[in-house]
Structure formats: structure tokens, C-alpha cells
Design a protein around this ligand. Structure first.
Ligand SMILES: Cc1ncc(C[n+]2csc(CCOP(=O)(O)OP(=O)(O)O)c2C)c(N)n1
Ligand SMILES: [Mg+2]
Length: 194
């Protein structure tokens, strides 16, 4: 049975430490409830852009982990970004794919290939250093801390069901430019206080 995305997000929130998190699509509304007021910046609207935004942050701040919470339809739309992320070779880059087989945010239309597309294999072929697929919450709970510490780029395909909310049903949240300002201010603080 597919994992509940909200439960996966709770595991991430509990284990992430000082990692910057970049949610997108249906992970976004859940994440702002589960991990409010923190080192996160939500990628909205820009399908396939979350990993590029996360990659920029990872390259700029090699002292921190960056965890991207991506959508499968989004990644398919920018499949070439796998090679970009892998090619950049950022050791601190962790790319988590919420594989639900649909474009949930826009009405749950099936993505091309449905659940048969093997994104972990694609990431491996693109050159990610660590890749895996995880189907079970206990397995994810056990493996996430090690994925978070592993030498990246790391990619994990997470088999998840549908989220309770989408950005369409749960609108709002902090406007993007304000999130960026807050994140920048927090990252510019002296390391000891960060
Ligand atoms: C280029 C482009 N086409 C279409 C859309 C409309 N759109 C917004 S979200 C979305 C679906 C996202 O699906 P997925 O990445 O699988 O995330 P999920 O909603 O399943 O979490 C679509 C098609 C868009 N934002 N950009
Ligand atoms: Mg999806």
C-alpha cells in the first residue's frame, strides 16, 4: 500500500535537522502545517522547478543539506533537470520524489506512464550518486536519516498516495517573495545562531 504523504512529511520534519526544504505541489500545503516558520521555501506553479531551486541553494550553501520534495508530473515535465542536478554533483543535495502517478494539483489526471515510470533508475542513469525506491513508511523512517547524511546527489522515489490537500484546495501560505526574504535573512545570520 502506498505511503500517506503527510506521514512521510512528518518523518522528514522530525529528522531533517538544519536542512533547507523545498516543497512543491501537494507537498506544499501539508508541509506548511507540519513544519511552519522554518528554513523552507515553497516552489509554486513552476512545474519541475523545485529541484533547480534546491540545487541553487545547495550549491550556494554547501554547509547545509537541501531536501527537495518533488512531484512526479513536475519532474517528467523537466526530465532534463535530472542530468543538471546529477552533473552539478552537489554532495548536500537530496531529491525526494512523491510518486503518486497523477497530476493531483490540477485535477488528478494520469501522468504519462502512470506508476510504471522508474524514476530511481532514470536518476541513476543521469548520474545521481545514491538512488532508491521506497514503498513502506517503516522503511522510509529507517532509511531517511542515512539518506540525509549520504554523499549526494541523492534521489529517492517515494511511493505515496494522494495528499489530503492540494495547493488548489488549501490556498494561501506566505507569499513567495516573503519566504525568500525570510530564508535569506536566516541564512545570512552568523553560523552559530542559524
Ligand atoms: C508548464 C505548466 N503546465 C501546467 C501547469 C498546471 N499544473 C499545476 S500543478 C500541475 C500538476 C502537478 O503534478 P505533480 O508534479 O505530479 O504534483 P502533485 O500535484 O501530484 O503533487 C499542473 C499540470 C503548470 N503549473 N505549468
Ligand atoms: Mg503527482
Amino acid at each position: 500500500m502506498a505511503m500517506k504523504p503527510e506521514e512521510v512529511l512528518r518523518v522528514i520534519a522530525a529528522a531533517r535537522g538544519s536542512a533547507i526544504v523545498v516543497p512543491t505541489m501537494t507537498t506544499a500545503p501539508a508541509w506548511r502545517t507540519i513544519a511552519p516558520d522554518d528554513l523552507s521555501v515553497t516552489c509554486v506553479g513552476f512545474m519541475g522547478g523545485a529541484s533547480s531551486m534546491g540545487l541553487g541553494l545547495a550549491l550556494a550553501r554547501p554547509d547545509r543539506r537541501v531536501v527537495v520534495l518533488d512531484g512526479d508530473g513536475s519532474l517528467l515535465m523537466q526530465l532534463g533537470s535530472l542530468a543538471t542536478s546529477a552533473g552539478a554533483g552537489a554532495r548536500n543535495f537530496v531529491h525526494l520524489l512523491f510518486k503518486n502517478g497523477v497530476y493531483h494539483t490540477s485535477g488528478a489526471q494520469h501522468i504519462p506512464g502512470g506508476l510504471t515510470v522508474d524514476f530511481a533508475m532514470m536518476a541513476r542513469a543521469a548520474g545521481y550518486r545514491v538512488t532508491c525506491a521506497i514503498r513502506d513508511l517503516d522503511e522510509f523512517r529507517g532509511r531517511f536519516p542515512e539518506l540525509l547524511k549520504a554523499e549526494g546527489p541523492v534521489f529517492a522515489e517515494l511511493h505515496t498516495g494522494l495528499a489530503e490537500q492540494t495547493p488548489m484546495t488549501a490556498r494561501g501560505g506566505v507569499p513567495f517573495h516573503e519566504q525568500v526574504e525570510t530564508l535569506r535573512a536566516r541564512l545570512l545570520r552568523p553560523r552559530a545562531a542559524a
